[in-house]
Design a protein around this ligand. Structure first.
Ligand code: URP
Ligand code: ZN
Ligand code: ZN
Length: 469
């Protein structure tokens, strides 16, 4: 297997989508779903899915592949080949990564540079959000063209010195995106409070990695989340909150949604399966493996996030895959935790961690799992119904998973170009036996078989606030 075929039947499995779970076959023709039903036949190839669940491929809308951290002169460890191979092995068939507008640049320049970087390497389909760092009049004027061209989402950092956008810039961007079918995707932390707390820790000689978390407590996230939601309300624009980690931020999202505002949110596996104990100072510099922003929280926040996933107030789970090697990249901050590159690897383990932590435990249904990992990301970011479903006409992006097959996460067996996993030793199920992208088997019995560069730019349309999940 591995070469594209014009017709392929996935036979004998249980189809799980956001709205159903039933024994059914899936017929794929020319890279698209042709039919889903009982006792389908084909003249083409047959993939025997007996004992497996057949689901839409995962969509990870928050990855940082080949992502430059200019402040530290470091780039994330995965390029678009290693990162997308790792994704495919973890059941991901589409990513939305980021292009970075550096100050002084246009958005179009950032887009074109990124397209050139992704195209030769990606093995799965891709898009990217435009990180806006310099909100000028001419940049605001570019927004409609970016949206029209299939780049409807714009990332804003409310913290990080070289990328921060202030309230004025955020409001202007919200207005321009809201008026043109776009969406702002916001990293919410109060920069003044973070800077104050960092300086306090450093001046007290608290320079080790364990002091990263107390420099970014839940309140700084909750405040910025609330502010972003309020500003979006001023101009009646849709908003997606990135990586919600705490009950306070989740509560602001839930309250906005109860008021009928077009606000959606994501969380990430690290906030669902880890907690603040990873920052125990007794861990020495190894604690740097868990330095990400926002940081992991006390266990009650983790429980609140699972509840928010189950009750619908958080709509998607992304990885925020930002991999840095421990031995020579995280160590940049050996003497000062503010110089540890922020981020964790997770593109390959996202689906198994949510499957094991949510479906296997009964916290969420299999259908809700599909919704969180695939259907809602497609809906939020303008790809539905071409992606995120197994309905006829959709791209045949499919994962075939044995729900009973348990594995222990081991960095040595993962495909990312990073030297550790924050989830080392955890027992999970939900790794795909097969991953198909547009009808082509790209992971065969757990082994990647995709040709470098076969991924394509995923078509993305305007975002309708009324159609957000
Ligand atoms: O610590 C994290 N999450 N690093 C990646 C960049 C970001 O904040 O999204
Ligand atoms: Zn972020
Ligand atoms: Zn991120």
């Amino acid at each position: 297997m591995g070469a594209p075929v014009s017709e392929l039947l996935i036979a004998g499995g249980t189809v799980v989508t956001a709205d159903r779970m039933e024994p059914a076959d899936v017929l794929i023709r020319d890279g698209r779903i042709a039919d889903v039903g009982q006792d389908l036949t084909t003249e083409g190839e047959v993939l025997d899915a007996t004992g497996h669940w057949v689901m839409p491929g995962g969509i990870d809308t928050h990855t940082h592949l080949a992502h430059p951290i200019d402040r530290l002169g470091i780039t994330t460890a995965d390029d678009f080949f290693t990162g997308t191979v790792a994704g495919a092995c973890g059941g991901v068939t589409t990513i939305i990564d980021f292009s970075l507008q550096r100050r002084g640049e246009t958005l179009a320049l950032a887009r074109d540079r990124r397209l050139g970087e992704i195209a030769p390497d990606a093995v799965i389909d891709y898009g990217f959000h435009t990180i806006v760092t310099d909100v000028r009049d001419d940049v605001i004027a570019e927004v409609p063209e970016l949206i029209e061209g299939g780049f409807p989402s714009f990332k804003v950092y409310m913290t990080y010195g070289d990328k921060i956008v202030n309230d004025d810039g955020l409001l202007r961007l919200l207005e321009a995106t809201g008026a043109n079918g776009g969406l702002v995707y916001a990293h919410c932390e109060n920069d003044c409070a973070v800077t104050y707390l960092i300086n306090q820790h450093l001046s007290d000689g608290k320079t080790g990695p364990a002091y990263h978390a107390p420099s970014r407590p839940p309140v700084v996230e909750a405040e910025a989340t609330h502010r972003a939601i309020m500003l979006a309300g001023v101009v009646d624009a849709p908003l997606c909150i990135a990586h919600v980690t705490s009950s306070g931020a989740a509560g602001h999202v839930a309250a906005a949604r109860e008021r009928g505002e077009p606000v959606v949110a994501e969380t990430c596996p690290q906030y669902l399966v880890l907690d603040e104990t990873v920052y125990d100072p007794c861990g020495g510099f190894e604690v740097a493996k868990f330095v990400c922003s926002p940081p992991m929280r006390a266990a009650e926040h983790r429980d609140a996030l699972w509840s928010a996933l189950a009750d619908g107030s958080i709509q998607q789970v992304s990885s925020d895959h930002a991999p840095f090697r421990y031995h020579d990249q995280k160590t940049t901050g050996r003497d000062n935790f503010t110089r540890i590159p922020n981020g964790l690897p997770g593109i390959e383990t996202r689906l198994p961690l949510v499957f094991a932590g949510g479906v296997s435990t009964g916290l969420i249904s299999p259908q809700r799992f599909v919704e969180l990992a695939s259907t809602n990301p497609a809906r939020i970011f303008g790809m539905y119904p071409r992606k995120g479903t197994l309905d006829a006409g959709a791209d045949a992006d499919v994962i075939v998973v044995d729900p009973e097959a348990e594995t222990e996460i081991d960095a040595a067996r993962l495909h990312s170009a990073v030297d550790y996993s924050p989830f080392q030793g955890m027992r999970v199920s939900g790794f795909p036996t097969w991953t198909l992208s547009r009808g082509e088997v790209i992971v065969d019995r757990g082994e990647p078989v995709a040709e470098r560069g076969r991924g394509r730019l995923a078509e993305r349309g305007r975002i309708d606030p009324a159609a957000l999940p």
